[in-house]
Design a binder for this molecule. Structure first.
Ligand code: SAM
Length: 266
């Protein structure tokens, strides 16, 4: 796989359009050719390695799971209850959305949001074919979601916020759509030390969930600045990158997967 540098950063600023295009190109392939060559592991073996209960995985569409590209299992922390409204930011082909739909049940609802048409179309088709009626997939960006203020009980997200060039806007959106007392539960990639420009400028490493990863204290600070209270932050040592370039960056800068639970004060 090429690690050629695309001009996603100029004068220290991220070119948002170029970045979104690069990320969409990567996740279009994840939806359509999950057996392809990627910097990261995918599919059911990854989900089981991360700690997803196999019996739950048996209950969701197999093709959604084939394109699973998450970085941790945070659904235990999310503790989704029957009847809750759940928003999955960057829902991809839908693995966490389908599981959340099982946990919230027919009285609840899951909203999946993703900017990549092929991921969303696949998830929507699988939901229809498998008879999931409490789930809907929406087009849009996690920096500017189409949902009402205080309309969601739980925001979930898996391996997505690191891909955004405007993480503070994402955290502000989460705080806006959560009802008071609502929860944010996620898995994401962060770093122990600050990444150098050469890694941040590598569009392929960015789309592979490395180049955009935020330093862990800054990440936590971003959530807090948006008005949420961080309750839990834990490392996911089971998550590993696959290629040499990705593993090298991971070793050098402490690039790692974490789970976070935060609450919007009531
Ligand atoms: C690493 S994949 C994870 C997908 C899914 N959460 C999973 O666990 O399989 C990242 C997903 O986030 C979506 N995405 C990335 N940046 C986004 C943004 N700014 N707005 C909306 N979706 C975004 C991509 O299209 C892709 O489907």
């Amino acid at each position: 796989m090429s690690t050629a540098t695309t001009a996603i950063r100029e004068s220290g600023l991220v070119n948002q359009e170029a970045l979104r295009q690069k990320v969409k190109d990567m996740y279009r392939r994840v939806a359509k050719e999950p057996e392809g060559d990627f910097h990261f592991a995918m599919g059911r073996p990854l989900a089981e390695e991360l700690g997803y209960p196999p019996a739950d995985l048996d209950r969701i569409p197999r093709q959604a799971l084939e394109s699973f590209a998450g970085v941790g299992h945070f659904l235990g922390l999310a503790d989704i209850r029957p009847g809750e409204t759940v928003l999955d930011l960057g829902s991809g082909s839908g693995t966490d959305s389908f599981l959340a739909a099982l946990y919230t049940g027919p009285e609840g609802h899951v909203l999946g949001l993703d900017m990549t048409d092929e991921q969303r179309d696949k998830a929507q088709r699988l939901a229809r074919d498998a008879g999931f009626t409490n789930i809907s997939f929406h087009a849009g960006y996690i920096e500017e979601t189409p949902f009402e203020d205080a309309s969601v009980d739980v925001v979930i997200s898996n391996g997505v916020i690191n891909l955004s060039a405007e993480k503070d806007r994402v955290f502000a959106e989460i705080a806006r759509v959560l009802r008071p007392g609502g929860r944010l539960a996620l898995s994401d990639i962060v770093t122990e030390s600050q990444l150098p420009e050469k890694v941040k400028c590598d569009a392929t490493l960015w789309a592979a969930c490395i180049g955009g990863a935020m330093q862990q204290d800054d990440y936590r600070g971003g959530i807090t600045a948006a008005g949420l209270r961080v309750e839990t932050a834990q490392d996911n040592p089971q998550y590993r990158f696959l290629t040499e370039a990705a593993q090298g960056a991971s070793r050098a800068y402490g690039v790692k997967s974490v789970n976070v639970l935060a609450v919007k004060p009531a």
